[in-house]
Design a protein around this ligand. Structure first.
Ligand code: NAG
Ligand code: NAG
Ligand code: NAG
Ligand code: NAG
Length: 410
C-alpha cells in the first residue's frame, strides 16, 4: 500500500495560517463509564494526571460513541460510522474485520510526515494478516488482537493473545509472541511500550500514538497497590477494585506525559482521551463502572451506553479548562485531527466521511460551526483509490490455539 501513496509524501501542503500540534496521542480507555474519572465523580477515584490534563484542556460534554467497542474503534480510525464501516457490534472470533478498503487515521497521518504506532487493544480483525495493525498504517504494534483477556496471563479463551510487532507489514517471521510477559499487568506493559515509543521517536517525523489501553474492561483485575488507597473510601469491593484499575491507568498517563516532557514533546502534542462506549453496568459484564447521571449501560442505546467521556489537551489551545457543549462523535476525530495538525484531506483520500471537522469549533468554543472535512480545492488526478481487490499475499500470522467458537468479549 505504501507504493501507491509514495508520490504524496512530499506534496501534502500544510495550512500556513495555523500552527497546530505536531504530535498526536489518541488514548482509548476500554469501557470507561461517564462517572469514572475523578473530575466527574468528585474525587471518589483518584486521577490526578487525568484531572490535570482535563482541567487545562477541553472537555467534550456532548460526546457520543457507539454502545460497544469495535464500532467505535472503527469510527475513530476511519471517520466513518457503523452504517458505512459495516462494523455494527463487537467482533467475535470470526473471519471478519475492518474492510481493507477503509483508510485509517494512521495511513492518513503517515502521508503527512507522521510515524504511527499502536499499543494495546486492536479488535478490528485478525483472521488474515492484512487486517492486523501493522498492515493498517502502524509501524509497530504491541498488544492483543481480540476484545478482552486476562490482564496478567494475556490469555483469552485458552489462547495467548499478545503480539509484539516492530515493523510495518509485520507478518509471519516478524511477529513475536512475548510469552515471557505472562504475569505482568497489561496497564504497566502498555505504558512502558508507550514510553519507549516516545523515548525512541526520531523527531524528524511527527508521532501518532494510538494507545488503546485494556483497562478498564472485564475481568476486574488490579494490582493490590493500586487498590490499597481505596480501602477506607470505597466500601463496595467491586467499585474498589475497579478504582484501582483506573488508578493504574492514571499513573500510566502520568508516565506518558512525563516521557513527552522529557523529550521536549509535551507542549507540541495533542493528547486525546476517549472511551469506546459507556460503562457496562446493567448490561454486558460490569467491572464496577458508573454512568451517573445517565440511564443505561454499554450495550444499550441510552445515554449511559452512548454518551462518553472525552477530552483533549494541547498547550497551544487558545482557551483551556473549558467545556465544549456541541455535539461530537467518535467519527469526528479523523477529520478533526487532520485539521488540528494543519492539513486538509484530499478528495478521494478516504472513503466518504461521516465525521465533521470540529477543530475550529473547539478552538472557538462553539463560536464557529463544525465543518464537513474541507477538501483541497484541486483534485489529485494521480492519487489512486485503494485497489478494491487487494489480495493478501501473507498467511495469517495468528492462529488461535483455541476453538473458533465466538468469544463473549463484549
Ligand atoms: C510509571 O513509572 C514508574 C517509574 O518508572 C513505574 O514504577 C510504574 O510502574 C509506571 N506505571 C505504570 C502504570 O506503568
Ligand atoms: C532520524 O531520521 C532522519 C531522517 O530519516 C535520519 O537522517 C536520522 O539519521 C535519524 N536519526 C536517528 C538518530 O536515527
Ligand atoms: C518532517 O518534519 C521534520 C520536522 O518538522 C522536517 O524537518 C522534515 O523536513 C519533514 N519532512 C517532510 C517530508 O515533510
Ligand atoms: C472513487 C471515487 O470516489 N471517485 C470520486 C473522486 O472524487 C470525484 C470528485 O472530486 C468524484 O467525482 C469521484 O466519483
Amino acid at each position: 500500500m505504501l507504493h501507491w501513496l509514495s508520490p504524496l509524501l512530499t506534496t501534502i501542503p500544510v495550512r500556513a495560517e495555523q500552527t497546530g500540534p505536531k504530535h498526536v496521542i489518541m488514548t482509548v480507555i476500554d469501557d470507561l463509564g461517564y462517572d469514572d474519572l475523578g473530575f466527574r465523580n468528585e474525587g471518589q477515584i483518584l486521577t490526578p494526571h487525568f484531572n490535570r490534563l482535563h482541567s487545562q484542556g477541553i472537555d467534550l460534554s456532548s460526546y457520543y460513541v457507539q454502545p460497544s467497542c469495535s464500532p467505535t474503534r472503527a469510527a475513530i480510525l476511519t471517520g466513518r460510522k457503523p452504517l458505512h464501516t459495516g462494523i455494527n457490534f463487537w467482533l467475535p472470533n470470526i473471519a471478519a474485520g475492518l474492510s481493507l478498503n477503509e483508510v485509517t487515521l494512521a495511513q492518513v497521518l503517515n502521508r503527512r510526515n507522521f510515524t504511527s504506532h499502536a499499543v494495546g487493544k486492536w479488535h478490528l480483525g485478525f483472521h488474515k494478516t492484512p487486517y492486523t495493525p501493522t498492515f493498517r498504517g502502524f509501524s509497530s504494534f504491541y498488544g492483543y488482537y481480540e476484545g478482552s483477556e486476562d490482564y496478567y496471563t494475556h490469555v483469552t479463551n485458552g489462547g495467548f493473545d499478545f503480539h509484539d510487532e516492530r515493523a510495518p507489514f509485520c507478518g509471519p517471521g516478524c511477529t513475536q509472541r512475548p510469552w515471557h510477559l505472562q504475569g505482568q499487568y497489561s496497564t504497566n506493559l502498555f505504558t512502558a511500550r508507550a514510553v519507549e515509543i516516545i523515548s525512541q521517536h526520531n523527531l524528524s517525523s511527527r508521532l501518532f500514538l494510538y494507545l488503546a489501553y485494556q483497562g478498564v474492561h472485564a475481568p476486574r483485575q488490579a494490582p493490590a497497590a493500586y487498590v490499597e488507597p481505596y480501602k477506607k473510601g470505597i466500601a463496595d469491593p467491586v467499585r474498589r477494585t475497579f478504582a484501582g484499575m483506573i488508578s493504574a491507568l492514571d499513573e500510566g498517563i502520568g508516565n506518558v506525559t512525563a516521557a513527552l516532557a522529557a523529550r521536549g514533546m509535551f507542549a507540541d502534542t495533542l493528547i486525546v482521551v476517549t472511551t469506546d462506549n459507556g460503562g457496562p453496568t446493567t448490561e454486558c459484564s460490569t467491572t464496577g463502572q458508573s454512568n451517573w447521571p445517565f440511564r443505561g449501560s454499554k450495550c444499550s442505546i441510552y445515554e449511559g451506553g452512548t454518551r462518553g467521556t472525552a477530552f483533549l489537551h494541547w498547550q497551544g489551545l487558545p482557551r483551556r479548562g473549558v467545556t465544549f457543549t456541541g455535539l461530537a462523535h467518535a467519527a469526528d476525530w479523523l477529520p478533526t485531527i487532520v485539521s488540528a495538525v494543519g492539513s486538509r484531506l484530499w478528495p478521494n483520500e478516504t472513503l466518504s466521511l461521516d465525521g465533521l471537522d470540529l477543530w475550529d469549533a473547539l478552538l472557538s468554543n462553539g463560536a464557529l460551526e463544525p465543518q464537513p472535512h474541507v477538501q483541497l480545492p484541486r483534485p489529485l488526478s494521480y492519487l489512486p483509490t485503494p485497489p478494491p481487490t487487494f489480495r493478501p499475499t501473507f498467511r495469517p500470522a495468528f492462529r488461535p490455539t483455541h476453538s473458533a467458537r465466538p468469544l463473549c468479549t463484549i
